[in-house]
Every structure is written in structure tokens, then in C-alpha cells.
Ligand binder design. Structure first.
Ligand SMILES: [Zn+2]
Length: 262
């Protein structure tokens, strides 16, 4: 019988308690064929590169999380440029954006580093993985004022309103959902879920964070993207099989470097 399969488009493998081999073994049992591990700072970017090199099922993105904006050096951005140019398993830039909830870096610094990553994505022709928390206005202002018109990307861990989703969709970006939509309190997110066209949805875990129901309290892992996918398919009233195929197609349309057998 044909098996339902998923891709986790956003996890942080180096932050998991389990090593990559056992993570990938469980993924296979759970029907998760690939995962994308996301860089957040210079050290994590080096690890992303290593994972991509060691494991065929792993793709990566390189970038600087807004939390780490304060530590970014020019040479580290240059390193990302060079690595992305020569390494086809690096499929995007990020995660980048604004986080004005935690404010671990000054807002101006977050903006500067986000803008530098927009420039890189434009230059390299790869999509952005955007983190925007309590920063809708700042994110819009920066994207709208950007001279780069052909940018593509995804708003990961989407937790904003329908209005902001409209903006994201009008810009041509994708919306990524994770375990948060399974939480009892996430009514607003489920409304957004019904609002976003199927062609623009992609899925993630953000592991090790945000473990979906019914495993809250345990550490999250890429294999649990299957739970998120099943939950959303059921919620939207479409077959899990059809939904998984749609989302897989969306993922590859967005991340054009994600090429694999089968
Ligand atoms: Zn993340």
C-alpha cells in the first residue's frame, strides 16, 4: 500500500537530545522522508552544513535568528554566501526576521541583519525562512521598502492574524504551521488555517520546541510533523493522503533546490 509521507521544513537538529541517526530512523517509521534543519547563528550554521553533508535526507538553511543579530559579523555573512553558492543542499536563507517579544537583540540591529539576509536571498536566488514575532509592522515596513521584488519565502511558525496572513499571501509568501495549531487554545491559528489556500501551506515542527498534542511535555522531533499533517488534514476535512501530497508539492515549489529521488 502507498504510504503517506511528510517533510519537516523547519527543525533545529543540533538542539535535539537524540543524535541525527536515531532521529532519522524514527522519521522513517513515521513516514517523514526529509527534514530541513535551520541555522540560527554562526555555530549552528556550521552544524547545518555538516548534517547536510552526512545525511541524504537532510537539507538546510543558513542564517541569523533575530535573537542572535547582535553577534553577527560581516565575514559570517560572506561565509553564508560562499557556502550557499557551492552547496546545493542549502536551500534557503534563515531563519531571519524580527522578534520583539524577547528583544534579545536591539530592534535596529535586528533590522540591519534581516535586511542583509534579504539582500543575500535576492543575490543567491533562494527563499527566505522568516521568523516574525510581535513585529508585524516592522516586518511589513522592511519587506515593503525593499528594492528586491522577486523575493520568495515562508513565514515559519505562523501565529499572527488573518489580516497579516492576507499580507503574507499577497506578497507571494508561504505560511508554515506546526504543533501550535493542535493546542486547545489556538483558535485564532485554526481560523488562519482555514483561510490560507491549500497551495500556500507548508508544515514544520520547529523541534525541539512546540511538541504537538498528544505528546506535549516531551521533546519535539521531526517525526511529529506527521501528527501536525494528520491533524490539519482532519481539521480541513480533506484526506490525509491528498493533503500530504499537496504539501509536499508546495514544499518543492518553494524550495526549488530540494531535489531527491522518489
Ligand atoms: Zn526555528
Amino acid at each position: 500500500m502507498h504510504k503517506i509521507t511528510w517533510i519537516d521544513t523547519h527543525c533545529h537538529l543540533e538542539m535535539l537530545d537524540k543524535d541525527a541517526e536515531s532521529v532519522l530512523r524514527v522519521n522513517e517509521e513515521e513516514g517523514v522522508t526529509h527534514c530541513v534543519t535551520i541555522g540560527t547563528n554562526h555555530e549552528s550554521n556550521q552544524k547545518v552544513k555538516d548534517y547536510c553533508h552526512l545525511f541524504q535526507q537532510i537539507f538546510g538553511t543558513l542564517g541569523f535568528h533575530p535573537h542572535d543579530a547582535k553577534n553577527v559579523q560581516r565575514e559570517q555573512l560572506d561565509w553564508i554566501r560562499e557556502e550557499t553558492q557551492k552547496n546545493k543542499k542549502i536551500i534557503g536563507i534563515g531563519e531571519c526576521g524580527f522578534d520583539l517579544y524577547y528583544n534579545h537583540s536591539e530592534e535596529d540591529k535586528q533590522k540591519e541583519v534581516f535586511a542583509q539576509q534579504l539582500e543575500l536571498a535576492d543575490e543567491l536566488g533562494v527563499p527566505l525562512v522568516i521568523h516574525s514575532r510581535e513585529a508585524e509592522k516592522q516586518t511589513r515596513d522592511l519587506l515593503d521598502s525593499s528594492e528586491f521584488k522577486g523575493l520568495s519565502g515562508v513565514f515559519h511558525c505562523f501565529t499572527s492574524t488573518k489580516e497579516f496572513a492576507r499580507y503574507v499571501l499577497d506578497k507571494g509568501f508561504y505560511v508554515s504551521f506546526n504543533g501550535i495549531c493542535t493546542f486547545p487554545k489556538s483558535k485564532t491559528i485554526r481560523e488562519v488555517l482555514s483561510y490560507v489556500p491549500l497551495e500556500r501551506i507548508i508544515l514544520e515542527t520547529d523541534a525541539p520546541f512546540l511538541t504537538p498534542v498528544p505528546f506535549r511535555g516531551r521533546q519535539n522531533r521531526p517525526g511529529y510533523v506527521a501528527l501536525v499533517g494528520n491533524y490539519i488534514a482532519d481539521y480541513l476535512g480533506i484526506s490525509r493522503d491528498e493533503f500530504s501530497q499537496k504539501v509536499r508539492r508546495n514544499t518543492q515549489t518553494l524550495f526549488q533546490r530540494m531535489v531527491y529521488e522518489g
